[in-house]
Design a protein around this ligand. Sequence first.
Ligand code: VGL
Length: 195
Amino acid sequence: MTDDSALIIVDLQNDFCPGGALAVREGDLIVPAANRYIALFTAHGLPVFASRDWHPPVTSHFKEFGGIWPPHCIRGTDGAAFHPLLQLPPDAVVVSKGMGYSHDDYSAFQARDDDGQPLPDLLAGLGVKRVYVCGLATDYCVKETVLEALRHGLEATVLSDAIRGVELAPGDTHRALEAMHDAGARSATITELEQ
Ligand code: VGL
């Protein structure tokens, strides 16, 4: 990690964890690792961003209205809240996405803070050149976040011990990791970064 690094925690929300509306298997098991990344970045004075799906009740993202997903992460509900054991620091920047009727917004780069500032602008404003990405789900929002980071010219590292996939089709997680690596992303684990 360097001075121009930032951590992005993607969609670590109740609905993506076991018991939630769109549960990712073992989604909750990444919370301790995410907390270690948060502690590490905070100790280095580096920015921490947390994205969240923040859907309206009616959206073409949901099956009922033409999409492929059950209703999940409806803004303001418990399902849309971050996992209760996620230890976000007070100065973490929360960015929300999927807020429009026809917005899938898998990538955190489509998300905005409470003032409406898009994540790419927030990163640029802080001089961030490298992003480290963990969260849910590997084969959707993590993948799209990493690919969009690379398209923005940033260096992107997938934190492989703090991600889990939805696996709509078996093998999706593996293919997502391949796609990220093929596009130029690196992988790292907490032990590698803590060294
Ligand atoms: C996600 C499926 C539907 C994700 C969001 O956060 O990866 N997956 N909406």
